[in-house]
Write a protein that binds this ligand. Structure first.
Ligand code: NAP
Length: 311
């Protein structure tokens, strides 16, 4: 069986691409190495999203459920726990090969987000040996934070939003190396309204504890301060783990991201890309831009497969 399209990745970009290919009645299979939902589920399921149009606020998990329900109602087949290892060239089709199974299609959209992305490490004493013993890179379940001391590190949207969530149940301190934040102004305003304590222009010297985290030592402009801590959550960005992508015969940039043009075409005819994995001049990593790119990728794939008279 040869489908019209295989979409690799079932995050917001992949699911949106599926909604669009199904509106063109293309037979569509969406594969995901883990669970559908992408970063909405794996990184921040409980977080409120405030900039997805049509929802003043929606929980990440809820948005992913809605996207999935929408894609399924349009007739997308979604297969989870399928890791695409290779995209081979078959006879007038692509063969997407997994560990045990393979699927064929006339076109492919790569929407693997940050892949099985890795959190960026701080590189301070105590980080490695206390990992999962108080040091973490995602916010633990809210229940485990109740009445604890949480130290959040970072100045981007993720760190501020996680600090605000932690603050609803825990004594929370945010530590950032600059005197201002990278996060959106609206997120900074929400932080201002919260009870999160801040240390700006401050670096982490060490994370301390024997069996588990007990404190952190901060360097506040030359003055060393020791803060009690049960959890140290490091939220200083992620580095993509896109090893699989290297095997797919596609042009990547120096950071390993997938190069696409304004039609979301990759270097390989019939293979398109969208979402966090792609790079082009002016790229802005947001859910809504990933969805916009997905619509373009789906339209380009439709033109490639169906060759309509107007294209
Ligand atoms: P990010 O925006 O790259 O921010 C990372 C933060 O960590 C920066 O403040 C950076 O400091 C700090 N940092 C990096 N390396 C550090 C180090 N070695 N020591 C100390 N601090 C360090 O990462 P993110 O917050 O994970 O967000 C990733 C992307 O997703 C962004 O484009 C973001 O806008 C987007 N996002 C959007 C939303 C939303 O729209 N609501 C929510 C989450 C994420 P400097 O500022 O000094 O470089």
């Amino acid at each position: 069986m040869i489908r019209d399209i295989i979409i690799i990745g079932a995050g917001p970009a992949g699911l949106t691409a599926g909604i669009y290919t199904r509106s063109r009645k293309m037979s569509t299979l969406i594969l995901d190495a883990a669970s559908a939902g992408g970063q909405l589920i794996s990184l921040y399921p409980d977080k409120g999203i405030h900039n997805y149009p049509g929802f003043a606020e929606i929980q990440a998990k809820k948005l992913s459920e809605r996207l999935m329900a929408h894609a399924e109602s349009m007739g997308c087949e979604i297969l989870e726990s399928f890791r695409a290892m290779r995209i081979e060239q078959g006879e007038e089709c692509f063969i997407v090969r997994g560990e045990k199974e393979e699927f064929r299609s006339r076109s492919v959209i790569v929407a693997i987000g940050m892949g099985l992305f890795k959190p960026r490490k701080l590189g301070v004493p105590g980080e490695e040996c206390l990992h999962r013993r108080g040091v973490d890179y995602v916010l633990p379940e809210k229940d485990s934070l109740v009445d604890k001391h949480v130290v959040m590190i970072g100045g981007g949207n993720s760190a501020l939003e996680m600090a605000i969530i932690a603050d609803s149940v825990a004594d929370t301190t945010l530590v950032h190396r600059r005197d201002c934040f990278r996060a959106d102004e609206s997120v900074v305003e929400a932080l201002d309204r919260s009870g999160v304590r801040r240390f700006l222009e401050t670096n982490i010297v060490s994370i301390n504890g024997d069996e588990k985290v007990e404190s952190v030592t901060l360097d506040c402009g030359g003055e060393l301060v020791e803060l009690p801590a049960d959890y140290v959550i490091i939220n200083i960005g992620t580095t993509p783990d896109l090893e699989d992508l290297k095997e797919w015969g596609l042009e990547l940039d120096a950071d390993g991201l997938l190069c696409v043009d304004s039609d979301m075409k990759t270097s390989r005819p019939g293979v398109f890309g969208c979402g966090d994995v792609v790079i082009y001049p002016g790229k802005y990593r947001q859910i809504v831009t990933a969805c916009g790119e997905a619509a373009t990728a789906a339209n380009s794939a439709y033109k490639f497969v169906k060759k309509p008279y107007w294209a």
